[in-house]
Unconditional design. Structure first.
Length: 349
């Protein structure tokens, strides 16, 4: 075990975790809501440091990140545990695992493995990187030392203090909304008492200069309100900027919501139109390979700039300084094109 970061010692060997918005108060011998942070004699420990449950090589577009080092390959790692209880989680086998499982995979080995597999960066993903914060933090530091970038795929429940701590080593984050950020949806289907910490996290990421892309899982019947999608799109425009990429993801039945069908394409297209009408310039439809809304278009002249099929870039039509070749509009893409990167994800364990 390794002592945790970002916690407070209270009286009678009680501790308060300051890592995520839950701010769990943990009695001696107890664990936090995430199940992977334990109070031993008034000291909070992480139970999953260096203990990866999964490691895969992914295209960065799988995160999804469409405006950050396009075409790059990343080594994706995760541990067990999560601070949400999403009934629709497609990684529930590892995120909701109650035992501390995994393979010893220390930060040095992670970086070495990324090098050996031709990656340009490391992604902390699949479950929730907030709950394996110390592991991600030390790995990210080493990754920067050898020139790799780091990305989080997160539910956004990190405290501003956690964001400030990881910010020197975190280059990009995909922040996943569910149900358009509706508070009642989060309470019912993810056991999240308040969505406000997500918005505070995003504001801090913006202040820290972290590249942000937003996803929203559109779930039929319970999380597909066009009004709510418009509301979240307007918030993104006002607080993060109109050029913030917004990905509308198709739901597929999983875990406890196998009775709900996949999201109709028409629903996704209505959501897409609503987000564009709200003023967002770069809106995408995800989990629908071949759909035109996978592509990047110039907001000024509608020129096709990046054509995609699933995780693959099939056409690149930008100038070297990331501008539209027709009208010259600057396109907000951080990093550079990485031709020949991973297209098909593959698991290492």
């Amino acid at each position: 075990m390794r002592e945790a970061m970002l916690y407070e010692r209270l009286e009678n060997n009680v501790v308060k975790c300051d890592l995520c918005g839950r701010k769990c108060v943990i009695n001696e011998g107890g664990t936090g809501f995430c199940r992977v942070r334990k109070n031993e004699r008034g000291v909070l420990y992480t139970l999953v440091y260096g203990k990866a449950i999964s490691a895969c090589v992914d295209p960065i577009e799988k995160k999804p990140l469409s405006h950050f080092n396009p075409g790059a390959s990343v080594l994706s790692i995760a541990t067990v545990g999560c601070n949400f209880r999403c009934q629709f989680c497609d990684n529930w086998v590892i995120s909701q695992e109650k035992q501390i499982a995994g393979r010893n995979f220390p930060p040095e080995e992670v970086v070495k493995t990324a090098k050996e597999n031709g990656c340009q960066g490391i992604s902390y993903t699949y479950t929730e990187p907030t709950i394996f914060f110390e592991y991600a933090y030390e790995t990210a530091k080493l990754a920067h030392q050898v020139g790799f970038f780091n990305t989080f795929v997160t539910n956004g429940y990190m405290t501003p203090e956690a964001v400030k701590t990881i910010a020197p080593y975190l280059d990009a984050a995909t922040v996943d909304f569910k149900g358009g950020g509706d508070p009642s949806f989060y309470k019912t289907f993810s056991l999240v008492p308040s969505v406000e910490p997500i918005f505070e996290c995003l504001k801090e990421m913006k202040r820290q200069g972290i590249h942000i892309e937003i996803t929203n899982l559109v779930i039929p019947r319970i999380g597909d309100s066009i009004e709510q999608i418009t509301k979240i799109a307007l918030w993104i425009k006002e607080n993060l900027g109109e050029d913030t990429p917004f990905h509308l993801l198709r739901f597929h039945p999983d875990y406890k919501l196998t009775d709900i069908p996949s999201t109709p394409i028409q629903t996704l297209e209505k959501a897409y139109a609503a987000a564009r009408n709200a003023g967002l310039n770069f809106v995408y439809i995800g989990n629908v390979p071949g759909h035109p809304a996978e592509n990047t278009y110039c907001p000024s002249c509608n020129e096709l700039l990046i054509k995609r099929f699933s995780f693959a870039i099939t056409r690149w039509n930008l100038t070297k300084d990331m501008r539209c070749p027709v009208c010259g509009r600057e396109i907000p893409i951080k990093g550079e094109l990485h031709p020949g990167g991973c297209i098909y994800p593959y698991a290492l364990f």
